[in-house]
Design a protein around this ligand. Structure first.
Ligand code: SAH
Ligand code: SF4
Length: 342
């Protein structure tokens, strides 16, 4: 039997080509696209306004996707973590976060299976790199959430597994699809990177420019080097130049993500260094209290130190937020995604 076509893998041209011997009205294609991406249809039978004989032909020759939800875990705080299984057996997580006060539904998506960056505090980094995800494998993370919950995702953050800028082409294509077909505004799409300088410059010159979040984590080079090997390749000084290039070129504000590790990155001295580093940058700061992952000696910060750190940064005139811990009871919080089933 001929293998079935996976519709979400197809470009627009390929989809037209596929439909040409079945129903060549442009209308049919638009209806199909709308069912797949806007209404997150689970199967062809639910596509009620598509002619029955076309639906039958589709059933015989195609599937909407070949990606399955392998497991689903729901946290006490409402966060849902899905483990998706790709057609080669690899798995990656995506997480749905609800922020009750804002009515926003944010999907945190993975860009790679595993990650090559080796950050010392991160469970994904410990797992190493397995492979890049394809555009449709990224987009399906959002579709799967929408299909499962019946809700519409409003924001997308590339903060799951992987370094998005080491899979630049596929991530950019996924952003194009998320923006055009899932109709999520580009301002509601955020890419978090550990600081891949050439790609920070490249994205600033693209047509679609997502919001940028930078995993800084320390403004002191030797400490950053210790916890993030990338500092040896792209150091803080060079990174700052690239960030300025991005903000000048785009007019957008960036977010600096800063992990607070007890006794290491959360001290007064470190807060002052961070204030100095970001003084002339158009940025906000998002403080992330360290989430424990196994086999690390790092400690959580205590409340008093978090508040003092925040106070010092605010005195320098920046907007500072503390990231709420989401889904820690199901290992869905920042840095805890490692493709584990239980
Ligand atoms: N790989 C990209 C995006 C995903 S990680 C990046 O690093 O930017 C999302 C955020 O969680 C990053 O800022 C990451 O550094 C941080 N993080 C990783 N491990 C963590 C941990 N154990 N506790 C808290 N934050 C962590
Ligand atoms: Fe990769 Fe981000 Fe984890 Fe670093 S923090 S290892 S870049 S996923």
């Amino acid at each position: 039997m001929k293998e079935k076509i996976v519709l979400t893998k197809l470009t627009d041209e390929e989809l037209s080509e596929f439909l040409s011997d079945k129903d060549d009205r442009k209308f049919a294609k638009d209806q199909l696209l709308s069912w797949i991406y806007n209404k997150s249809a689970k199967d062809f039978d639910s596509m009620t306004n598509i002619k029955k004989d076309l639906r039958e032909k589709l059933k015989q020759t195609a599937v909407i996707t070949d990606i399955k939800i392998k497991t689903k875990q729901i946290s006490k705080d409402g966060t849902i973590k899905y483990l998706l299984e790709y057609n080669d057996g690899n798995v990656a997580e995506c997480v749905l976060m609800r922020f009750d006060n804002r009515g926003n539904l944010s999907a945190c998506v993975s860009s790679q299976v595993g990650c090559p960056m080796g950050c010392k505090f991160c469970a994904t980094g410990k797992r190493g790199f397995i492979r890049n995800l394809l555009p449709y494998e990224i987009v399906e993370q959002i579709l799967a959430i929408q299909k499962d919950t019946g809700l519409k995702v409003t924001n997308v953050v590339f903060m799951g597994q992987g370094e998005p800028f080491y899979n630049f082409e596929n991530v950019y294509k996924a952003i194009e699809i998320i923006n055009s077909k899932l109709q999520i505004g580009i301002r509601r799409i955020t890419v978090s990177t550990s600081g891949i300088i050439p790609k920070i410059k490249e994205i600033a010159e693209k047509e679609l420019i997502p919001t940028l979040a930078i995993s800084l984590h320390s403004a002191k080079s030797d400490i950053r080097k210790e916890i993030m090997p990338i500092e040896s390749k792209y150091n803080l000084d060079e990174l700052k130049k690239a960030l300025k290039f991005y903000t000048d070129k785009t007019g957008k504000r960036i977010t600096l993500e800063y992990i607070l590790i007890g006794g290491l990155t959360d001290t007064k001295e470190m807060a002052v260094l961070l204030s100095q580093y970001m003084k002339d940058l158009k940025c906000n700061v998002n403080l992330i209290p360290y989430n424990p992952v196994c086999d690390t000696e790092y400690k959580k910060p205590n409340k008093k130190d978090i508040m003092l750190f925040k106070y010092i940064l605010e005195s320098s005139g920046k907007k500072v937020t503390i990231r709420l811990e989401r889904g820690a009871d199901i290992d869905a919080a920042c840095g805890q995604l490692a493709g584990k089933e239980k």
